[in-house]
Design a protein around this ligand. Sequence first.
Ligand code: GLC
Length: 659
Amino acid sequence: MYEQVSHSLLNRILDELKPDLQHRDLRHFYTRLGANFYAIYTLFYHLYGQREDFKAQIVNLVEVMATRYVQRHAKLRHLDEERETDHNWFLSQEWVGMALYADGFAGNLEGVRSKLPYLQELGVNMLHVMPVLVCPEGASDGGYAVSDFRNVDPRVGSLDDINKLAMATHKRSMLLTLDMVVNHTSDEHEWVQRARSGEQKYQDYFYIFDNRDVPDMFEESMPEIFPETSPGNFTWDEAMQKWVMTVFNSYQWDLNYSNPAVFIEMIDNILFWANQGGDIIRLDAVAFLWKKIGTNCQNLRESHLILQMMKDCCQVTAPGVLFIAEAIVAPVEIIKYFGEDAVIAKECEIAYNATYMALLWDAVATKDTQLLRKGIQHLPTKLDRATWLNYVRCHDDIGLGFDDSAIIAAGYQPIAHRRFLVDFFTGQYEGSDARGQPFGVNLKTGDARISGSLASLVGLEVALEEGDEKAIDRSVKLILLMHSMICSFGGIPLLYYGDEIGMLNDCQFFEDESKAGDNRWMHRPTIDWERAELRHKHGTPEQRIFDGLKKMIDVRKGITAFADFNNRELTDVGNPHLFVFWRTNPMLPNGSVLVVANFDDSPQYMELSALGNRGMFGYGNLHDLYSGESPRLFKDQLVVPPYHFYWLTDQRPDVGFDR
Ligand code: GLC
């Protein structure tokens, strides 16, 4: 939009740009800046317009964007242009991701590069390497306490290794996802050190208070994130003799985004990593970016405005780069991180589908899909040009973050039901073979979350210990069932390293003092590559899981109806153990796929008449794309074996599929 005030300011800013920037070829930069400037200006003015240095700050911002544009490699700029033309590229069903810790997966970044063929063997083409930046020697919240936003931790490699990894992934047509921890720094960051030594400029980068007056007011309405290990939201700093806001761990200092200098530093860091070849930047803990007394300091409107500005600025300099929102919050809040009142994403193009993840675990525990269905029905519709990151497990705990209203609608009582789930997955519930541990137990509120690896949570650990073949088989089936759900739902499936070979809980972390208090480490494994070789040995759980996933990924990539165009429709078939939904193909009206999943441990039946008269489905003319076979029918019913899924079509397998 052209708007006089902002554009006359822009013209003045451009006249004042550093001479070396003015003489560069900034053609594309100018076009994009012109298109985005009104939005950037409006947001920046809204947040910082009352400051005397407003004009100086916005000049800094434009200079950062221009400098990073000039530094952007020609190959990356070319990629930007390609993605601008093919703007729906990331909605395709062809993307399948995996998140991993470089050290746990392969020792270091060089090791990760050497293991790219393994990921390709599985079919993974989007790699998320979790934080690799310099962080404290001891406790570092798994690297999410960053001490230097521009340098790689020498324990995992160097900047050069990241560049090489980016080149290698691009050569293999894979995407590279990198983390940017935007909400806080570690207490070893240079900004903290300078704040501690009394520099006001850097004290203003954080929330720092002389006494408890303001902190106490904040505490009245702020929840605790790590109540067991880091109670409260403020930490006393001996050096400054002041209180600092530390929402996560006491060594993670919250950045103060009401200071424009912080915003500019962080967008500069984001663009820096975009220029190192990151295709996707995962923005950590975005729900927490803005703080206001009297609120829970999560999901505030200003946090969204900050993200919108980040997106607008990134679109000017590196428009091919996508953002992932890591906001593990209530369903109605998560969806807002795509940006409201828009068609294309105004904030992040991708968001973690924490709701779906938690609901899937509910279906595992209850063997019933009522809450899963209600929960999905309660999810507001997502923007057209935005997509989910669907996952079963990740490096964090499982939070039971579905709405109370959905729990009630499914016929349960919220507190009792959540308690049941924690008991179930920690093996406390009669008959449960899950081996998780409670995480983040808050004795004041009774809240708890769950830690544990996928395989141990679905009973594989117990089954192997007991040598119970039937139970092993059941766990393997559950692992595949869960993945079939994230591969077909709509969005990018994100596998978690180790799950593809059924890695169990790893309790070695107890021996490391800096990790012992955080049981999320039990599901952050070190891959045993000898064990991974068992994927080639017929009949082992490793082989059955790996090959099952490999096939699933391959088949998914060919099903165009699995691309994400908001083309999912839940259907109630009258059997509470079954989760059933349609995926339609907007380009091929006859190319629908019916996804059927049985979460129960006994066979279930689905009346074909429940499918109505869609194509030939109701006539039982069915073909399962995953197995390549026709499913069993009994009279007018589809038979779904225990923990089994189907991806059904009523067409010949070669029609409408990119095989
Ligand atoms: C994100 C990370 C989590 C970390 C937190 C604080 O939620 O996924 O591991 O503890 O941010 O940085």
